[in-house]
Structure formats: C-alpha cells, structure tokens
Design a protein around this ligand. Structure first.
Ligand code: SAM
Length: 344
C-alpha cells in the first residue's frame, strides 16, 4: 500500500510518552515481537513450501539485547503490553533470559507468548519461572492425520505441551485455530469440546490471505458460515450477545458449560477501530499494520549507532503511517512477506 509522504519534521522529533497515538486517535500500547523467523512446523497458510523457504541468517535477526533496548524505549512511549511470537519462539535458545529482561522493564505490565506448543513439555516450567503466565497455543486439528497435513508435525507433542502448560499453571491458556475450508472446518465441534473439557478457551480465526499462504479464495470460510453448522449451534449460544474484551476476539457462551468460545474475524468483520498494535519483525522492522508492508527499519539504524531518540522517532513514524484500516490483498501474492516473516 502506498503511504503519503510524511513531512520529515514530524518523524524526526522524538515523541513524549503520550504521543504514541496514531492519526485516528488510537493509542498504540501493544507490541508483538517476533523473536525468530524459524519454525519447526510447516503450516501451509503461514509460510512458503519447505524448499522455497529461506530463513534469515542469524546475523540479520535482532539480538536479545537489541530487543530489550527497543522494548525499553517503547515502554517509555506508553507501550505496556508485549507478546512474544515468531516463527516459533521456543526454537530460539535461551528464551527465558529474554523474558526475564522484558519482565523487568518498567511499564511492561502484560507479557505473553504465542506458541505451537511442540516444545512446551520441555520448556513450560522455565518459561513460567521466567515470568510469562499466559499463553496462546495454536491448535488447528485434533486429527493426527489432518494435523500432519496442515501443520506438518505430529499431534502428540502438541497435546503434551498443552498438558504441561496446564500443569505449570499458565492462565489463561487460549487455543487458537485457523479455519481452513476443506481441511479443518468440520472439526469445530470437536475442538470446542476439547477446550471445554479442559476449562480452556478456543478461538477460531478466519484465514487471512498472506504472501505464500494457501489459496485464500479456495480455503477461506467465514465465522458466520461456521456458526451455521448444526453441531456448532448445538454447543454455542449463537443468539447470545457476544462479549468483546480488549482483544480482537468476540466471545459467545457455550450452552452446556460455563465456558465460552472465541471468534476472530479479520476478514468478515474487521476490528481496526480498536487496534492498538505494532509489530516488531525478527529482522528488526517495525510494522504498524499486519497486512501493510510499509515497514520501518530499526535494526540497521541501531547497528549504525542510532540513539534512543532515533528509536523513539521510528516509533513516532510508525504511529503516523498506521493506516486506518488494514487492507488484505485477496490475491495471495499480494504483500511482500509471509506470516512466518512478520510474526503472527
Ligand atoms: N509458532 C507460533 C504458533 O504457531 O502459534 C507463533 C507464530 S504463528 C505465525 C502465530 C499465529 O498466526 C498462529 O495462531 C497461526 O495460526 C496464525 N496464522 C499464521 N498464518 C495465518 C493466516 N494466513 N491466517 C490466519 N492466521 C494465521
């Protein structure tokens, strides 16, 4: 997307704490940080096919010290919520040391992580001890064969990881399922039951047309269509008033338990009005909107001696260029980067 030229004086002046507000009055208080573009899964909707995928050389990925410095500056601008994501964050070595560093930054009051859970059985305790108490776990299917086809790995370690997270005490644990027509769209009732039996909340996410992702027109299914399925209506009170929190999800109550189920509708019902997010890619670019490729470089600026004021100025510019509405190219070749590069 083309962004109009920004008068340079605006972004050369470092903002004060209250100034990280975009042109539409949205305060930007949430930073999602991709700490690696490597992943041990091969989700078709997220990344190019294995032989077409090239991870960035390690030298191009932000160091923990660089990430910590960026978060410290962002916190000074009013960012109070950080989510660690990837790629798969648990494939990066020494992750607990980064968590401990971020946890100690004044102003950061909410630190969470998104993971595919394959390595959680091994790392749940150390992640918890380092200071993360709530996590989102991606779970697209409970069918081992289908699971292998979609995320490219066995289901067993994921289920073990979910168990380990529960045993470690993470709360809440949210399960995230990307809906893919023809692959897992018939599995919604089972996933609802799986979550309810464990007192977890599952959220269903509409497929977004990302670069190198699946053929969106073929595989997209709207939440409204899913809510028409008789087995879903049997479980979910679709006539209830949906509850929205401070996230992109809306929730409906389950009929037979006190639980709820979440729906995230980036395609059928956008939620840009309340967007408070910025994204930091693993290779050090600040992105003001998920589908908008107009990224700002922080890594090279920092490595060339940039000051904290320079970092503040980049955040200010990100706020200035954040579009009112995120526009997804419905052609899957739209955009420059796939989800695995951006960080979901
Ligand atoms: N590896 C971690 C995981 O699997 O949760 C974190 C990174 S992953 C990119 C973060 C989230 O983005 C996952 O829930 C994934 O399902 C979602 N995601 C990736 N590509 C997507 C797409 N094209 N549409 C909707 N969600 C997508």
């Amino acid at each position: 997307m083309m962004v109009e030229a920004i008068p340079i004086r605006f972004y050369e002046r470092p903002p004060s704490r209250s100034e990280l507000t975009d042109r539409f009055g949205r305060r930007l208080t949430y930073l999602r940080i991709s700490i690696t573009d490597r992943c041990n899964m091969r989700c078709d909707y997220c990344r190019p096919a294995a032989n077409a995928y090239r991870a960035e050389p390690y030298s191009q990925i932000l160091t923990f010290e660089e990430i910590e410095r960026i978060v410290r500056v962002a916190a000074g601008l009013g960012v109070n919520k950080v989510r660690i994501t990837g790629g798969e964050p648990l494939v990066r070595r020494c992750l607990p040391s980064l968590i401990e560093k971020i946890k100690q930054i004044p102003g950061i009051s909410d630190l969470s992580m998104t993971t595919n859970a394959t390595l959680l059985a091994k790392h749940a305790d150390e992640i918890w001890n380092a200071g993360i108490t709530r996590i989102n776990i991606s779970l697209d299917s409970l069918n081992p064969l289908r699971f292998r086809k979609l995320p490219g790995i066995d289901l067993a370690p994921v289920l073990e990881g979910i168990g380990a997270a529960m045993a470690a005490g993470f709360a809440p644990i949210k399960l995230n399922t990307v809906l893919v027509r023809g692959i897992n769209d018939e599995e919604v009732p089972e996933l609802i039951d799986f979550a309810a039996e464990r007192n977890l909340t599952v959220r269903f996410i509409e497929l977004m047309p990302m670069k190198h992702g699946l053929d969106w027109e073929k595989h997209y299914i709207s939440i409204d269509e899913v809510l028409e399925q008789p087995e879903v209506r049997h479980r979910v009170d679709v006539d209830a008033k949906s509850e929205t929190g401070n996230t992109a999800a809306r929730y409906l109550p389950l009929k037979e338990t006190k639980g709820k189920v979440g729906f995230i509708t980036p395609m059928s019902e956008r939620f840009c009005d309340g967007c408070n997010r910025l994204r930091l890619t693993a290779d050090g670019h600040l992105r003001s909107c998920l589908p908008d490729d107009d990224e700002l470089d922080l890594r090279d600026m920092i490595r060339n001696g940039g000051s904290d004021d320079d970092i503040r100025a980049v955040f200010a510019r990100a706020a200035l260029i954040k579009p009112e509405i995120g526009v997804y190219g419905l052609n899957k070749q739209a955009g420059q980067r796939s989800m695995i590069h951006i960080g979901g």
